[in-house]
Design a protein around this ligand. Sequence first.
Ligand code: SF4
Length: 233
Amino acid sequence: MHEIQIGGLVSFTTIDYPGKLAAVLFLTGCPLRCAYCSNTNLINVRDGEYDPAKVLEWLGTRVGKLEAVVFSGGEALMQGDVVIEYMRRVRQLGFAIGLHTNGFYPDTLARAADTVDWIGMDYKTTRNKYADLVGQNIAHDHMIRSLAVWQSTGKDYEVRITCDPRFVTKMDLMEIANDLHSRGVKNFAVQKYIPYYEDEANTTTPDQRAQFFNDDNLRNTINKLFDSVTWRE
Ligand code: SF4
């Protein structure tokens, strides 16, 4: 079996796993090509700069200091079972395992479910706009399947959306919130779009980016649909 490819590492974070001090491993490779991707150095499958054995050894020195390790990317599950095996070894050290995922691999998620404790799932935009944003017309269906797979575990999770005004309107956000509510999602996070790169044809203004957060009506309506809504401005 080939080794896991780790292209980045954050040694300490308080915001990537709810309520836990965590490290984040960024794995290389992603099947999507989101217009707003800020991790473009990770989206091609390539060898990682980090030696997996050394990372595991380093994590051993973090026992008692950190509580969780989050697998992110890219799309962590793109590397398949080699990732699940590595997660198991990290979990044996005593860490909770978090996963940030775009939901593209429901079958791999099902195999990882025993090993992963919490996921943050991206819901990018409405189904009819998904292909424009991510470059893949089956990604929405896969994400919905992944959501169902995870819900069947009964474990905790969050669904989050980044509100890029080029691909999400306030009406879209409302439609997505209603869709998630109807699917029984309890924790929703609405994230502000922060431009990483924009060409001249695709600029957005601060007001356009802030519109989702300045509308009290929208916020109150969405807040009522979930147990918890986090507004990340
Ligand atoms: S899913 Fe994430 S890593 Fe992949 S292209 Fe989209 S933003 Fe980038």
